[in-house]
Design a protein around this ligand. Structure first.
Ligand SMILES: *Cc1c(COP(=O)(O)O)cnc(C)c1O
Length: 379
């Protein structure tokens, strides 16, 4: 793990002298900030993204989180949001116009697809391909955004970020990536030429399953625009208390990510050897060109993975999941706790796979629990 990143998570941009040496910055639980004279107020209003005026715009704790995230992604600027979907909605609304097309690469987070479907009412079209498909052939003259998930958060697919960025730049297309799976510690898409990076802070960055938040990182120019249109007008602001929770999460992000990685790699090795398991999906197992992309782009592997069991009926998926005691059934991921879900539904619809979020518990406890699930498949 990069020592510069560790410093950014823990110490960078802190100003304890400004608040009596307090190591934890105070939470500015205020909606408004007042000014000594009208001139100062008016000048602040001309640069709303940089000044504390109203907490729908900016708040000191939120700004600290934004500075750290921008630095971690090696971007010029960051805007934080009240949720990952707030960040995604702001990005799409501020960049898209009637007649535009969005090309999605790899399986896109479900609510993002639903939002793009909604944008159909405003004349925006979208479709999706896999990262291994011929991307150039899927572009249209009206393509305005290429929206990527790599690794994606259910099938763990990869895409060639540098090739996509080059292709897009030559055509004036904006590249956006949802980097939630990898966190800025394990992947820095701006360094591969991407324009905007989105995170759900509700996952590893918050890290304790007690906060919902989002962020977008990019050039100052793009973030200014996103702020003016997507943030100020759609209003999905990160609350001061929630920013404090995200900040606390950032302090230990490097430590937690190494441990998530260590546990996940052990689980991947273990599952790959089990006769009841047909296939494990995790970027550490990528083969062919995907393995080259992983090598080039990923500095580590997070703890989210999926598996296909033999004869994946709904009944068997239920048997596996309901036999687990340590793993809890729930959406999301990124906290200390191991979680399990399946997108498969009782009527047989949905993908017949099991998704595991490997937490920070003792690895022997995790493997013993998975053995319970696998044993249940034998009955
Ligand atoms: C959770 C998630 C989101 C949405 O973030 P919220 O904070 O829940 O709104 C977007 N993308 C991915 C990959 C996610 O896992």
């Amino acid at each position: 793990m990069n020592s510069q990143d560790r410093y950014i998570c823990q110490h960078a941009f802190e100003n304890d002298a400004g608040h009596h040496g307090a190591v934890t910055p105070p939470v500015y639980q205020t909606s408004i900030f007042t000014f000594p004279d009208l001139e100062t107020f008016s000048r602040a209003q001309m640069k709303e993204r940089q000044h504390f005026i109203y907490s729908r715009g900016l708040n000191p704790g939120v700004q600290l989180v934004e500075r750290k995230l921008a630095a971690l992604e090696r971007g010029e600027a960051c805007k934080a949001f009240g949720s990952g979907m707030g960040a995604i909605a702001a990005t799409l609304f501020s960049l898209l116009r009637q007649g535009d097309h969005v090309l999605r690469i790899n399986q896109t987070y479900g609510p993002t697809v639903e939002l793009l479907d909604q944008l159909g009412a405003y004349g925006v079209e979208h479709d999706g391909i896999s990262g291994t498909a011929d991307i150039e052939a899927a572009l249209r003259p009206s393509t305005r955004i290429i929206y990527v998930e790599s690794p994606s958060s259910l099938l763990m697919e990869l895409a060639d970020l540098e090739a996509i960025a080059q292709l897009a730049r030559a055509r004036g297309i904006i590249t956006v990536i949802d980097n939630t799976w990898a966190t800025p510690l394990f992947q820095k898409p701006l360094e591969h030429g991407f324009d905007l990076v989105i995170h759900s802070l509700s996952k590893y960055i918050g890290g304790h399953s007690d906060v919902v938040g989002g962020a977008v990182i990019g050039s100052a120019e793009m973030i200014d625009r996103l702020f003016a249109i997507g943030h100020q007008l759609l209003g999905a602001a990160l609350a001061p208390q929630n920013a404090a929770l995200v900040l606390r999460g950032l302090r230990t992000l490097p430590l937690r990510m190494s441990e998530h990685q260590r546990n996940a790699l052990r689980v991947v090795d273990f599952l790959a050897e089990q006769p009841q398991v047909l296939e494990v999906l995790h970027p550490s197992l990528a083969v062919g060109s995907a393995a080259d992309w992983a090598q080039k782009q990923l500095d580590g592997h997070s703890g989210l993975l999926s598996l296909h069991i033999q004869q994946p009926t709904y009944h068997r998926i239920v048997s596996f999941i309901d036999a687990l005691r340590l793993f809890r059934i729930g959406v999301s991921w990124g906290g200390y706790e191991s979680l399990v879900v399946s997108p498969m539904r009782p009527d047989g619809s949905g993908q017949p796979l099991i998704r595991l979020a490997i937490g920070l518990e003792d690895i022997d406890d995790i493997l013993a629990d998975l053995t319970r699930g696998l044993t249940a498949l034998n009955h």
